[in-house]
Design a protein around this ligand. Structure first.
Ligand SMILES: [Mn+2]
Length: 275
C-alpha cells in the first residue's frame, strides 16, 4: 500500500515520492529470487491505490492509515506499506495489533525515534518507535543515532536496543535480536538503517550503517525463526540519491514478501491479484 506522506519530516522532505519510485523500479526487477528459489510475483502481489495523505493533522493521518490497513487485514492479506515517512508505522502497527494481539515489532532504523513529541506533534517521524512501544513489545536494531531523552527512555523502559555496528560477531547480533522477538513479527524499516554509501536517498542519512548482506542475513534469520505478519519500508527520498536507491528499496520489498512467504506467513488467497 503506497503512502506518499512526509508532512512531519524535519530535515529533507521528499519521502512522498518514495512509493512511486519503488513501484516504478519494481517493474524492472526479476520476479524470480534465486536465494529463495521462489517467483515472488506468483505469491500474488496487489498494488493498492495510494493512500491520500492528510496533511493537516498527523494524528488523523495515523488514523487513516490504521483504517486502510485494517481493511486489508480483514480480508486476510499480508500488508506491506511503501512510505512515506516513518511515522506511517504507527497506524499500521495499531491495525495489526487487532489481528495479532501478541505482535512484536522489529524496528530497523539508524535512529531511535523514541521522542515523546517532536516539533509539536506526538505522531512525528521522530516518535514512531515511542508510539509503538506504548502498544506492544519493540526491538530496535541497526541503531546508531539518538538523543539523551531517548537514551534515558531505553534504559528506563529496558527496551532491547541493538546498536550498530555489533560489539561481537554478526551472527551473535542476529541471534540476540531474533531471541527478543515474539512468534509474530511486524518489521518496520527505515531505509537509513542501511549505510548511506548504499542508500543516500533518505531524509536523514547516518554513516556507519548495515550493508545489503548484513540486512538480508538479519531478515532471513527472523523469517526462519518467526512469522512475519506485516511490514513497512520507509523514507526513500528518490531525488536525494542515484536511481539505484529506488531499485534497492524495491528489491528489499520483494525480499520481505519472499521471506514472509517462505516462513509461511502469507495467507493462501486465490483472489490475490498479480501485477
Ligand atoms: Mn531513521
Amino acid at each position: 500500500m503506497p503512502v506518499p506522506y512526509d508532512s512531519t519530516t524535519s530535515a529533507r522532505t521528499g519521502a512522498r515520492y518514495g512509493p512511486e519510485a519503488i513501484i516504478q523500479a519494481s517493474a524492472s526487477l526479476e520476479d524470480y529470487d534465486w536465494e529463495l528459489d521462489l517467483d515472488v510475483a506468483e505469491v500474488g502481489i496487489h498494488t493498492a491505490p495510494i493512500l491520500e495523505p492528510h496533511t493537516g493533522d498527523p494524528r488523523l493521518m495515523t488514523q487513516r492509515i490504521q483504517q486502510a490497513v485494517s481493511l486489508f487485514l480483514s480480508q486476510g492479506k499480508l500488508v506491506g506499506i511503501l512510505g512515506g515517512e516513518h511515522s506511517v508505522c504507527i497506524g499500521s502497527v495499531q491495525a495489526h495489533l487487532d489481528y495479532y494481539p501478541n505482535l512484536s515489532v522489529l524496528y530497523l532504523d539508524a535512529h531511535a525515534d523514541l521522542r515523546q513529541e517532536f516539533l509539536g506533534t506526538r505522531w512525528s517521524h521522530a516518535c514512531g518507535a515511542r508510539r509503538i512501544h506504548e502498544q506492544c513489545p519493540l526491538v530496535l536494531a541497526g541503531l546508531r543515532s539518538l538523543c539523551l531523552e531517548e537514551r534515558d527512555y531505553i534504559r528506563g523502559q529496558a527496551i532491547p536496543a541493538f546498536f550498530w555496528p555489533p560489539q561481537g560477531t554478526e551472527s551473535d547480533y542476529i541471534q540476540q535480536v531474533t531471541q527478543r522477538l515474539g512468534p509474530e513479527v511486524y518489521i518496520s524499516l527505515d531505509l537509513d538503517v542501511l549505510d548511506p554509501s548504499l542508500m543516500p536517498a533518505v531524509g536523514t542519512p547516518e554513516p556507519g550503517g548495515m550493508n545489503w548482506r548484513q540486512l538480508m542475513a538479519l531478515l532471513s534469520a527472523v523469517a526462519q525463526a518467526k512469522r512475519i505478519v506485516g511490514f513497512d519500508v520507509n523514507e526513500l527520498s528518490p531525488h536525494e540519491g542515484p536511481a539505484a536507491c529506488s531499485y534497492t528499496a524495491a528489491k528489499l520489498v520483494y525480499k520481505l514478501i519472499g521471506y514472509a512467504a517462505q516462513a509461511g506467513s502469507l495467507p493462501k488467497s486465490p483472489s490475490a491479484e498479480s501485477i
